[in-house]
Design a protein around this ligand. Structure first.
Ligand SMILES: *Cc1c(COP(=O)(O)O)cnc(C)c1O
Length: 380
């Protein structure tokens, strides 16, 4: 059996252990410390735009960041929150933690992300039905591809609804030359094991103001008030990132750009190698406004043209010791979310039925990619 090719593995740069060693040497083994502070500043410098500094709170996961973001936006029981349907369940779950109702929106064909047209339709209809506007909008930059932020932001502005971007998969992706996660009132990052960089587990909330980031850190440390004894006026959470994990993050930030470049190269290689196959489409940036980090390279398979389905290819590749994966199954198709309102036209369902994620980790070699394509060719 040839060696296994994984979808996306953690890829260390080499400096991570130095930061961890420092944490041990100085006994900062806690959910706070110098690595946490340094990691936050590195992230801030990375995502901030030219004339607009941003502020980052490092947290224990991307899911925790989404949950805290909803709390900061005042989402409560009885509220509605608009959420992209085509995503990982972690985008939607925290809406339910808050006792609020997710309203799912289908994708547009160009970006596979939230359709601005369906977003506006939903906002207008929810107001008619419930008498109030949804409390927040969560677009997702899925697989690293930026959502159509210009249109989404202008609709959000017209109805005065705050936007929280789920940029968990899109660290380093750019839309109109600004980084994903920097557009909304809040942005969310994840550093889970298979994301573009990892802290083994971790996340961050990107905020427009220092006060907002301060508030996120306050809620993330059990809402402990500034007193010599433990005094609480709010319900808090244990959501801070550990100083050990943040050390991994500091090391990973040193290789982030290199790793993004490699994922983009891998995407280009797949595009060139698969372009003559009529029936396989490799997902592309829809225009020069979009610069995906190509966290994962995704393909669509037209079964009518090549007589095998996405499921067939996945099983075949698995037999050849190559890991591939179905795309995220949209939330409106999930049993747990089926009772929630959905505004759609079938786009994400079609993409889900035809799609496949190919091995895309930054540690893969050109030979690995050639082997994946050779096996895809041999089945069709
Ligand atoms: C990974 C991911 C999350 C959750 O991040 P965790 O750090 O795993 O909690 C949220 N949304 C999307 C789109 C993700 O891919």
């Amino acid at each position: 059996m040839e060696k296994r090719i994984h979808l996306s593995l953690a890829h260390m740069g080499g400096e991570e252990q130095r930061f961890i060693q420092e944490a041990f040497d100085t006994n900062w083994i806690a959910p706070l410390g110098p690595n946490v502070d340094a990691f936050e500043i590195m992230l801030q410098n990375y995502v901030s735009n030219k004339n607009e500094p941003l502020y980052v709170a490092a947290l224990s996961s991307g899911t925790a960041a989404i949950h805290l973001g909803l709390i900061l936006l005042g989402v409560q029981s009885g509220d509605e929150v608009i959420c992209q349907s085509f995503t990982f369940s972690a985008t939607a779950n925290p809406i339910v933690y808050q006792g609020a109702t997710p309203i799912f929106i289908d994708s547009e064909k160009d970006t596979w992300n939230m359709s601005p047209h369906l977003l506006e339709k939903a906002i207008i209809e929810r107001k008619k039905i419930t008498g109030k506007y949804p409390k927040a909008i969560i677009p997702v930059h899925l697989y690293g591809m930026p959502a159509n932020m210009s249109d989404i932001l202008s609709i959000a502005k017209a109805y005065q609804i705050p936007v929280m971007e789920d940029a968990a998969e899109a660290l380093g992706s750019k839309y109109k030359n600004n980084k994903c996660g920097s557009f909304g009132q809040l942005g969310v990052l994840s550093f889970n094991g298979n994301k573009i960089i990892t802290t083994s587990g971790g996340g961050a909330l990107i905020c427009k103001s220092k006060e907002m980031a301060q508030k996120a850190k306050f809620y993330a440390t059990q809402a402990r008030e500034d007193k010599p004894y433990y005094h609480h006026e709010k319900i808090g959470y244990n959501y801070r990132l550990s100083n050990i994990c943040a050390g991994i993050g500091c090391g990973q930030m040193l290789v982030l750009n290199k790793h993004i470049q490699r994922r983009q190269q891998i995407h280009e290689l797949y595009t060139n190698l698969l372009k003559e196959i009529d029936g396989i489409y490799v997902m592309q940036n829809p225009s020069p406004d979009y610069a995906s980090n190509f966290w994962l390279t995704c393909i669509l398979i037209d079964k009518n043209k090549i007589a095998v389905s996405n499921a067939d290819i996945r099983i075949y590749l698995e037999q050849k010791n190559i890991e591939s994966r179905h795309l995220w199954k949209p939330m409106h198709m999930q049993p747990i979310f089926q009772k929630h309102p959905f505004y759609g036209d079938g786009t994400s369902e079609t993409i889900f039925n035809q799609g496949l994620c190919l091995p895309s980790g930054s540690s893969l070699t050109d030979d690995d990619i050639n082997r994946v394509v050779k096996e895809i060719r041999s089945i069709i």
